[in-house]
Design a protein around this ligand. Structure first.
Ligand code: ZN
Length: 200
């Protein structure tokens, strides 16, 4: 039986400089949030019988080359077309005034763009009030860049930036139980639709 394996890569680690923000004595640590999302999503996928692999179970930051090596080992085992890598992040902006959700893939048109588009469409329904950032220059909504985790990995790969932790409203949402659960549910809904596309 063919199965789409979901590879979850929680960005950064406890020893990564920066990647945190404070408001009124409360601090958001991106690596904590990323891993919490990974764990929530993994638990939900597991209960749905969807094969899931956590690329960075450690709390320290694992180098990008080691992360990619782990991903590519799974791609070799299951077949790269049977894997979808999701790098789990939240964003920050230079002037601390940006908000919203964005999706990143490698440059050029690949299967990753189709999967990213599903995440975008689900976000539009799921976060009705949230700002969704889009780069429409190449006909779809994701942004494209040469990020290590989407260019050196064999399988389709999407890097997800869920909200801006240096913006007060997004910060509060990211730290709330409601926000955490909504973000995890968005991943799961999107993944289920990616599986439908994969099986079609
Ligand atoms: Zn990040």
């Amino acid at each position: 039986m063919r199965n789409l394996h979901i590879l979850l890569n929680g960005g950064h680690g406890e020893d990564t400089p920066g990647k945190r923000w404070s408001f009124e004595g409360k601090t958001f640590y991106e690596w904590v949030s990323n891993r919490e999302t990974v764990n929530r999503v993994a638990k939900k996928l597991h209960s749905l019988g969807i094969p899931v692999h956590i690329i960075t179970p450690e709390s320290e930051d694992i180098s990008l080359s080691e992360r990619a090596r782990r991903v590519n080992e799974l791609c070799a085992r299951y077949g790269k077309e049977n894997c979808l890598l999701l790098s789990v992040h939240s964003n920050a902006s230079k002037n601390h005034d940006a908000r919203g959700v964005s999706l990143w893939t490698s440059r050029g048109t690949t299967k990753s763009d189709e999967y990213a588009e599903i995440f975008w469409r689900c976000a539009k329904q799921h976060f009705a009030d949230a700002k969704l950032l889009a780069d429409l220059s190449d006909g779809d909504h994701d942004f494209e860049a040469g990020f290590h985790m989407v260019t050196t990995t064999a399988c389709p790969a999407v890097l997800v930036e869920a909200f801006f932790y240096d913006n007060r409203k997004d910060f509060d949402y990211l730290l709330s139980e409601e926000g955490r659960e909504a973000i995890a549910d968005w991943y799961v809904e999107s993944i289920q639709k990616c599986i439908e596309l994969y099986e079609a």
